[in-house]
Design a protein around this ligand. Structure first.
Ligand code: 5GP
Length: 194
């Protein structure tokens, strides 16, 4: 997605070889026009998948996910992160290790909001090792629902999440794919003029 790639080039900050900071348009301040365009693109990419719900994880996934849900005309659910939790019967829970915070969160979704008949599209801002995406997929599967696809805003293709999700059989679409962050520069996997 050219608009997003241009924004990464102009406003992304390479913190080190592993981490890209995008807090001026995605993770802190948000660019609503860009969010809307991303929502349209995800809706186009997953148009044939019969999506009935969009699922993300708080907080940075919410903005692209709500725009996608708006375009698809379906509800958005965001999984909540909690450090520890007493077991309750009315929620699905999964443990998810956070790449950026380096801590494990218990991720929860109310059983009210995902049903066995649902086709759930998972959306997140970044893909690194796939912990967040796999955790959300496990929640969908706990509900007996199916994962319609996984949409990622920025995939760091030099980390194993993308490969592992595809090997696990998930339909993965990323709006931009980053090949590396060496020498303070963002290298993209492929040029997509769309
Ligand atoms: P994963 O779960 O795939 O290992 O990592 C993805 C999650 O970690 C995303 O939800 C995102 O919040 C965070 N993350 C991973 N890599 C980056 C990065 O380079 N920059 C930022 N801002 N967040 C990242």
């Amino acid at each position: 997605m050219k608009l997003l790639r241009d924004k990464v080039i102009s406003d992304g900050i390479v913190l080190n070889n592993q981490v890209l900071k995008v807090d001026s348009f995605l993770n802190h301040q948000m660019d609503p026009v860009l969010m809307q365009e991303m929502g349209k693109e995800f809706a186009r990419l997953f148009a044939e998948q019969g999506v009935t719900r969009v699922l993300t994880i708080e907080s940075s996934g919410i903005a692209p996910a709500i725009m996608t849900a708006l375009e698809l005309g379906v509800p958005l659910i965001f999984a909540r992160k909690q450090k520890s939790l007493t077991l309750r019967e009315d929620i699905f829970t999964e443990k998810v290790y956070s790449f950026t915070k380096q801590e494990t969160n218990e991720v929860t979704v109310s059983k009210k909001f995902i049903h066995a008949t649902d086709r759930v599209l998972i959306i997140d801002d970044f893909l690194a090792n796939g912990e967040a995406a796999f955790g959300l997929a496990r929640i969908v599967e706990q509900a007996g629902a199916s994962v319609a696809g996984i949409g990622i805003v920025i995939e760091k293709a030099f980390q194993p999440g993308g490969k592992n999700l595809i090997e696990a059989g998930y339909r993965l679409k990323s709006l931009v794919r980053i090949a590396g962050l060496e020498d303070g520069q963002v290298q993209f996997v492929e040029v997509d003029e769309a």
